[in-house]
Design a protein around this ligand. Structure first.
Ligand code: MN
Length: 230
């Protein structure tokens, strides 16, 4: 059987130590830090909820370099959300919290870029969020650090600066739902596959960026992701 059109190229993210990680799906967790949930106007421990971005939304940026994203169409309020990204190495369904960390292949620093104005409109109208979240270049990501190198990350600073000014600050220990719990909950609703990425939610301090801004996102034990908006 021959394809009538050339198949799309599989998006990949480079791996620290060599090789690339082929991306299958991108799952994202909403409101997973208490202070950010409060700044978005919500009470604290609600069950986790999820949304997806297309796999080709990734914009991989090597450590030590500054990547670029284009300011997206259809928004006047592009916002940054720094997030710990979990790379899934072993798939599964109904994964128990006790086994969940065995499914993790590695970690990366990610940005869940958001058309906040469009997301807010859709929320108000009870409509889907895709236009606010699932656009092109909406998922900048650092190289993936294998968990064999980093060990499991339960705590550590997660920060974001814009033009060297502090914006977001939190600690991985402040996650409302930790990585094992997220994998457990996600895998009850979807069959996780090798190559899935999970953006685990953002700490407080989300805010707007404009053309020319440079975002610097860091997670202790993973590294720093630098991205300019053009
Ligand atoms: Mn997010």
């Amino acid at each position: 059987m021959s394809h009538v059109l050339a198949p799309a190229v599989t998006p990949v993210v480079p791996v620290v130590g060599g090789g690339t990680f082929a991306v299958h799906r991108i799952y994202c967790v909403g409101r997973n830090y208490a202070e950010h949930a409060r700044e978005m106007g919500h009470s604290e421990r609600e069950p986790p909820f999820f949304f997806l971005k297309p796999a080709d939304a990734v914009v991989p940026v090597p450590f030590g370099e500054t990547g670029t994203i284009d300011y997206p169409s259809a928004t006047a309020d592009l916002q940054h959300e720094v997030e710990l990204v979990v790379a899934i190495g072993t798939g599964g369904h109904d994964i128990g919290a006790a086994e969940a960390m065995g499914h993790v292949w590695g970690y990366a620093v990610g940005l869940d870029m958001t058309r906040r104005d469009r997301q807010s409109e859709m929320k108000k109208q009870g409509r889907p969020w895709e236009i606010g979240k699932a656009f092109e270049q909406s998922a900048p990501i650092s190289p993936i650090v294998p968990i064999a190198r980093s060990g499991a990350l339960a705590r550590g600073a997660i920060t974001l600066e814009v033009n060297s000014q502090p914006r977001q600050k939190g600690d991985l220990s402040d996650l409302i739902w930790n990585v094992a719990e997220i994998i457990g909950q996600l895998s009850r609703a979807w069959t996780l596959q090798p190559g899935d990425l999970v953006y685990t939610g953002t700490p407080a301090g989300v805010g707007t960026v404009v053309r020319g801004d440079v975002m610097q996102a860091s997670i202790a034990g993973v590294g720093t992701l630098r991205v300019a908006v053009r």
